[in-house]
Design a protein around this ligand. Structure first.
Ligand code: HEM
Ligand code: NAG
Ligand code: NAG
Ligand code: NAG
Length: 326
């Protein structure tokens, strides 16, 4: 009897390798997963209210480059320049890295080697979005952490403020997102901030004849110019993405755009382009529509390019592969 029994066990391996993500993935192996993440992010967000925005952006950057596999968390070493290297220049928030590392430490204490860093980042992002007033969405679990993180994989996979609406639509379409989903996800700019260098061109160097972008509401432009007057020396200077309700996840970002209160050139462009403006206008008057579409798009983003089974690993530390890569 022993032989066929063994045979069955061997056969069952490929099934689990191909398994899809599920809501209850850690129910048996780490029953306190949800509670531990929720408590960790709550403490962090209370002590450092910029965490929610920083983590949302970190998650977006992770998913856009090689899928949601925590490749953005890997530190560079002598042999490998990691994704973070590019992102550091785009000022990813230290608090966001902290909260993920902290959650990982808390989880390793109770269920060592079980929970992936990519699942932690996905779940922590959802909890933080909800904490600042955003919509709930389901986060299915069972992601494995990626085995590759390379600086050169970043270029062309993350949007830049200098991108045209054509380029934004193409980049998102290339990853399976509709123009409507591009607009809904961009509503993430209802929280957080941007450094002056990201919008200084609109203030001081818009065109040969007009130094300041006439689309910016004049009084807003004056305030920004004062704040960013010294931005090349004082590179920490930054402004809220949503000047009206900066810490609250709401639809104010969309209400801001037609009023000349969009901060980044891309935000402003989404409010003007005939392909994206109708969605901006709809979300500006209907927060329910924005929340529904944002929730669906985030659920979709959070399974983008995920790795399961043997295509990844559960990292012991979120910033290091389990074995050294050369
Ligand atoms: C559509 C193209 C997009 C462009 C060009 C863009 C660009 C940027 C830039 C330049 C910053 C400022 C970074 C800094 O100076 O520290 C920023 C911040 C941010 N972005 Fe985006 N972004 C885009 C889409 C998104 C999407 C889809 C999300 C999320 C769903 C998102 C979430 C955020 C958040 C939350 C912040 C604030 C980060 C913080 O406060 O630490 N962005 N974005
Ligand atoms: C990031 O900044 C460093 C130092 O300023 C520079 O050498 C590097 O080329 C930049 N990388 C990217 C991707 O912009
Ligand atoms: C202003 O814009 C022009 C054209 O885009 C560019 O060549 C120049 O370097 C910019 N100047 C500054 C100070 O950023
Ligand atoms: C707002 O959007 C929701 C969801 O799409 C829709 O059911 C509702 O009818 C809209 N409300 C208005 C006033 O248009």
């Amino acid at each position: 009897m022993a032989f066929p029994f063994l045979f069955l066990i061997v056969l069952s391996v490929p099934v689990s390798v191909d398994s899809k993500l599920t809501l209850g993935y850690y129910q048996k192996t780490c029953p306190n997963f949800e509670k531990i993440i929720r408590e960790t992010v709550t403490n962090k967000q209370i002590n450092s209210p910029v965490t929610a925005a920083g983590t949302l952006r970190l998650f977006f950057h992770d998913c856009m480059v090689d899928g949601c596999d925590a490749s953005v968390l890997i530190s560079s070493n002598t042999f490998n320049k990691a994704e973070r290297e590019a992102d550091i220049n785009h000022s990813l928030s230290g608090d966001a890295f902290d909260v993920i590392i902290h959650a990982k430490t808390n989880l390793e204490l109770v269920c060592p080697g079980i929970v992936s860093c990519s699942d932690i980042l996905a779940q922590a992002t959802r909890d933080l979005v909800v904490m600042v007033g955003g919509p709930f969405y389901n986060v299915r679990l069972g992601r494995k952490d990626g085995m590759i993180s390379k600086l050169e994989n970043v270029e062309g996979n993350l949007p830049l403020v200098s991108d045209s609406v054509d380029q934004l639509i193409d980049m998102f379409a290339g990853k399976g997102f509709t123009t409507k989903e591009l607009v809904a996800l961009s509503g993430g700019h209802t929280i957080g901030f941007s450094h002056c260098k990201e919008f200084a061109g609109r203030l001081f160097n818009f065109s040969a004849t007009t130094p300041t972008d006439p689309d910016i509401y004049p009084k807003f432009a004056e305030k920004l110019k004062v704040m960013c007057g010294n931005f090349q020396k004082d590179s920490d200077m930054s402004a809220f993405n949503d000047v009206m309700t900066p810490g609250k996840f709401d639809n104010m970002y969309f209400q801001n755009l037609p009023r000349g209160l969009g901060l980044l050139a891309t935000d402003n462009a989404l409010g003007k382009d005939p392909r994206t403006k109708p969605f901006v206008d709809m979300y500006a008057v209907n927060q329910t529509a924005f929340f529904n579409d944002f929730a669906h798009a985030m659920e979709k983003l959070s399974i983008h390019g995920v790795k399961t089974g043997r295509k990844g690993e559960v990292r012991r530390r979120c910033d290091l592969f389990n074995s050294i890569k050369t």
